[in-house]
Write a protein that binds this ligand. Structure first.
Ligand code: ACO
Length: 177
């Protein structure tokens, strides 16, 4: 879908919220919302995202990940109220591509109005359109509101799996060992 074309709607107070693919001009707003999400998750110390780094990765050829913006028409014009960011994965068991949802975020004043569900549905629609076998993501175990949303759309927790990460100095150290 071309950037800018609305691809979903949610009710938000007295003003509709449109969901559309992000453009390079949205990178400053996405960086701000990523930081707000990091603060919410008590992980601000891990957040290094800048608008420039987002532009270089989300709008590379091919893009390393894709973002959707939820936008409301405010008094000053269109205002970003949330985003979803996802990339493609692969399942050997299914021998099919999948979609990994990295972030889902709605700014506090706009929560509980269907925006998060609409963003998640827009990502699910893209997964179905591309024939993906799975849509997966991770959520912190204390984030009960988000878990309630995920359960409500039919997602199940994956018991028995531990997420592993090789990052920081440990990644190049291992790669060059
Ligand atoms: N209390 C209880 N249930 C909740 C709450 C809440 N505060 N928020 C959402 N839910 C559940 C309910 O089942 C709700 O349905 P209902 O309103 O009919 O009862 C359902 O989720 C859908 O709610 P939405 O209005 O569609 O969700 P919202 O727009 O509020 O967005 C989100 C949910 C994204 C979790 C938002 O609250 C948020 O941004 N929170 C902070 C950041 C966050 O937790 N992001 C997800 C991290 S995991 C990841 O990024 C992959």
């Amino acid at each position: 879908m071309p950037p800018g074309k609305p691809s979903g709607q949610a009710a938000s107070g007295d003003s509709a919220v449109n969901i559309r693919p992000a453009s390079a001009d949205d990178c400053a707003a996405i960086a701000e919302m990523i930081r707000e999400l990091a603060v919410f998750e008590k992980l601000e110390h891990e957040c290094q995202a800048t608008p420039e780094a987002l532009r270089a990765t989300l709008f590379a050829d091919p893009p390393q990940a894709r973002a959707l913006i939820a936008e409301r028409n405010g008094e000053q014009g269109p205002e970003p109220v949330g985003f979803a960011l996802y990339f493609f994965s692969y399942s050997t068991f299914l021998a099919k591509a999948g979609v990994y949802l990295e972030d889902l975020f709605v700014r506090e004043p706009y929560r509980r109005q269907g925006v998060g569900s609409a963003l998640l549905k827009a990502v699910a629609q893209r997964a179905v359109e591309m024939g993906a076998g799975r849509l997966e993501w991770a959520v912190l175990d204390w984030n009960q509101n988000a878990i309630d949303l995920y359960r409500a759309v039919g997602a199940e927790p994956l018991d028995g799996w531990t997420t592993m990460r090789l990052a920081g100095d440990a990644l190049p150290a291992f790669a060059s060992r």
